[in-house]
Design a protein around this ligand. Structure first.
Ligand SMILES: [Zn+2]
Ligand SMILES: [Zn+2]
Length: 410
């Protein structure tokens, strides 16, 4: 065929799209219970926004961003994540001046030029939440609980890992300690980490290479370098998580691949996709709003990978639903058209086979379309003015007189 979808950019066709819908609906249902409101953000922004927020030295900005010149000569990027746009919108619209605190959620496609594999696509979908204006650790624990509720409701089994990566005050000291530790063992590091060592040493902590993990297991821990404020914050978050019965493990190597995080970071990981992979992740970013040009405002958020969540959904039995009308002869077809239109007006899902093939072919279509009932209108039914209703789950067939009785039976 001449045309193909771009590599890593996949169609989501039924029944996969039904799972997509289930994930998004569940996400929305849960976050709305906690007062989050939807924000609809643009898919592309000035590239600078991401360079500034996600960080110049991150893999996302250096290797993975789709950047292009538009016809006006602006440098544009397809968004690689959602938080930067949410923060830009929050600042640009002056939300901070009218709301004591703000809770937003968004759903949509993101774009990263990565090597495509299971659960990693170049166009992928995220559902995310952002909380602006709350510095207290209760907000961190509440947000993590919301995330945990979403996964639980979806039936996704994932381990929560948390860490604190400190703040502008305490992280530089840790960074120095880490760099000097790693410099002495530079020969044991993978080539990427040797390169990362000076400009983004924290990323060495979550390198997947065995040699690097070995080095890192002996490295100084960020949690030993936290300032008083960060330490207290982290302790409180853990206390509240226990209070809310959210199980977690502390992972001092958890750093996330984005520069804007401060204090709390967390990931929900599942081992069901081969190597441990993250289905939902987030953290606090108390400096970002100021860096984007707003007033100093604490903030935190998370994003869930919808494509990965779909892969992790437990198998559910496909449900049969609605009525499929099977007819023979013009008069039966006309009655069928009216029945379908009546049922739809009453809110019952219904279909009719306009191709009007053999009885057998129409019954097969009813089955393929996962209808619960076949409503059969043949010559006998037309002559004696009734319907035959066959339950496709049990195979039982009943005589039904008139539309009102039909509605009552469904
Ligand atoms: Zn600190
Ligand atoms: Zn490495």
């Amino acid at each position: 065929m001449e045309f193909k979808a771009i590599r890593g950019v996949e169609d989501i066709i039924p029944p996969e799209s039904e799972k997509f819908e289930r994930v998004v609906d569940t996400f929305k249902e849960i976050v709305k219970l906690s007062g989050f409101k939807e924000v609809i953000l643009p898919i592309f922004e000035e590239a600078k926004l991401f360079t500034r927020s996600v960080g110049e030295t991150t893999d996302i900005v250096q290797k993975e961003m789709y950047v292009f010149q538009d016809k006006g000569g602006r440098t544009i990027a397809l968004r690689p994540e959602g938080t930067a746009s949410a923060v830009r919108a929050y600042v640009e619209n002056g939300i901070y001046a009218r709301e004591p605190f703000t809770k937003w959620f968004y759903v949509g496609p993101m774009f990263r030029f990565e090597r495509p594999q299971a659960g990693r696509k170049r166009q992928f979908f995220q559902a995310g939440c952002e909380v602006f204006g709350i510095k207290e650790p209760g907000a961190d624990a509440e947000l993590i609980k919301v995330a945990s509720d979403i996964l639980k409701k979806l039936g996704i089994d994932a381990e929560l890992q948390i860490n604190s990566i400190g703040c502008k005050k305490c992280r530089p000291e840790y960074r120095r300690a880490l760099i000097s530790f790693l410099r002495e063992r530079v020969n044991e590091l993978c080539p990427t980490c040797r390169e990362r060592l000076e400009r983004n040493p924290l990323r060495v902590l979550d390198c997947k290479e065995e040699s690097c993990q070995e080095v890192v297991s002996r490295a100084p821990k960020i949690t030993d370098f936290l300032c008083q404020e960060c330490k207290e914050h982290y302790e409180r978050v853990k206390e509240y998580l226990k209070l809310l019965s959210v199980p977690f493990v502390e992972n001092p190597l958890l750093v996330r691949g984005l520069d804007y995080y401060t204090k709390t970071v967390f990931e929900f990981k599942s081992s069901k996709l081969g190597a441990q992979s993250t289905v939902l992740a987030g953290g606090r970013y108390d400096d970002l709003i100021e860096e984007i040009g707003g007033p100093r405002t604490p903030a935190l958020g998370f994003a869930m990978g919808i494509d990965r969540a779909i892969l992790l959904l437990p198998e559910s039995k496909e449900r049969r639903e609605g009525v499929f009308v099977v007819t023979r002869g013009e008069e039966a077809y006309r009655r069928g058209l009216k029945v379908v239109s009546f049922l739809r007006e009453k809110g019952v899902k219904s279909e009719i086979d306009h191709r009007r093939g053999s009885f057998k072919a129409q019954m097969k279509a009813a089955d393929r379309n996962r209808a619960r009932y076949a409503l059969i209108i043949g010559e006998e039914e037309v002559e004696n003015d009734f319907f035959s209703l066959r339950d496709l789950e049990t195979g039982k067939q009943e005589r039904v007189e008139g539309l009102e009785e039909l509605l009552g039976r469904l």
